[in-house]
Design a binder for this molecule. Structure first.
Ligand code: GTP
Length: 317
């Protein structure tokens, strides 16, 4: 038994070895960095909740690993602008976090825990299976955002056999569910507005059984030497556009979001669309020598990429 480890445990010398080991494991588990998974369907309000967490006074030091569906990073800039320590936010884009980009996630997690001054609290997505990660990081719990306005459409969607309904899984594996966006039929107690919830409800609640969904990929293929047996819905895809120029602004989509350069304004325009709800607000000011790059992401079923790109180019002034 290494002496240094035992010395940290009060009364360890007088105890049987099994008890000592149990205590060591307990202490190691306490020392591990707690991670909270924030999940929820497209546009349900995850980024909004994250910004609420990052700007709340809770005394916790937080690092964020964020995964985006499209290959263009929109949320990175939206989250980073609310945080005082931008370097603690890393993006893992364009892929299912437990499959295609899992290797990146493991690297990110290990990098975060190696740099001891950082305490990644909300770290997004699955990591329990990696031995090295689980030695350093413990899953605190899974928080699922539900968009009350659009949730039933996605929860009730009948998928082909073996195709996973992500919206159902996100709810099924939640330790905490936040009903976000107002709905008149719910009592105030059950719902949140713009992710505004008590921090104790989402951080540090220590779920008793931290279980993650076992999940399946198309025809059960392999990534990074591990096997998946779930299938994502291949009709849902994303189209991302990155182009220079200024826009005159204007489908039936799940989600649109973008950071745009609009005619006559020195400020970025942050554009949000969740189904038919469209929203936008000014973002940060463009730098004097900064290239005015428009970034726009469309996520939905059977997207017509060619006409979306053509239509978007038609908006450039
Ligand atoms: N009316 C209303 N809108 C909200 C609420 N919470 C978030 N929103 C809006 O919903 C839109 C999507 O919010 P996000 O926080 O970006 O959602 P998300 O889950 O991160 O979206 P994805 O990036 O697609 O995964 C934004 O326009 C938000 O302002 C709410 O409680 N009420």
């Amino acid at each position: 038994m290494p002496r240094t480890l035992i010395l940290g445990i009060p009364g360890a010398w007088s105890l049987p070895q099994a008890t000592i080991l149990t205590r060591i494991r307990h202490w190691v588990s306490i020392l591990r960095v707690p991670a909270t998974i924030i999940t929820g369907f497209l546009g349900s309000g995850k980024t909004t909740l994250l910004n609420h967490i990052l700007t709340s006074q809770h005394g916790k030091r937080i690092a964020v690993i964020e995964n985006e569906f499209g290959e263009v990073d929109i949320d990175g800039s939206l989250v980073a602008s609310h945080s005082s320590s931008n370097e603690d936010i890393v993006m893992v884009n364009n892929g299912c976090l437990c499959c295609t980009v899992r290797g990146d996630l493991v690297k990110m997690l290990l990098q975060l825990v190696k740099e001891k001054q950082r305490q990644p609290s909300p770290v997004i997505e699955t990591f329990c299976m990696d031995e090295l990660v689980s030695r350093h990081v413990k899953l605190d719990g899974v928080v699922t955002l539900v968009d009350c306005k659009h949730a039933m459409q996605h929860l009730n969607e009948v998928k082909p056999r073996f195709v996973v309904n992500e919206a159902v899984e996100q709810v099924a594996y939640a330790d905490r569910i936040i009903l976000n966006k107002e709905l008149e039929t719910l009592t105030k107690k059950n719902q949140a507005k713009f992710g505004s919830v008590d921090m104790d409800f989402v951080l540090g609640f220590k779920s008793i059984v931290p279980v993650l969904p076992s999940h399946h990929h198309e025809a059960g293929h392999e990534h990074d030497n591990h096997h998946h047996d779930h299938v994502h819905d291949s009709t849902v895809s994303s189209v991302s556009i990155v182009t220079e120029g200024t826009l005159d602004l204007d489908e039936d989509l799940y989600r649109m979001k973008g950071v745009l350069c609009v005619n006559g304004s020195d400020q970025r325009y942050v554009f949000q669309g969740v189904h038919s709800t469209l929203d936008g607000c000014p973002g940060g000011t463009w730098g004097p020598d900064e290239k005015r790059i428009n970034k726009l992401v469309f996520i939905g079923r059977n997207l017509d990429e060619t006409s979306l790109r053509k239509g978007f180019r038609g908006c450039i002034a």
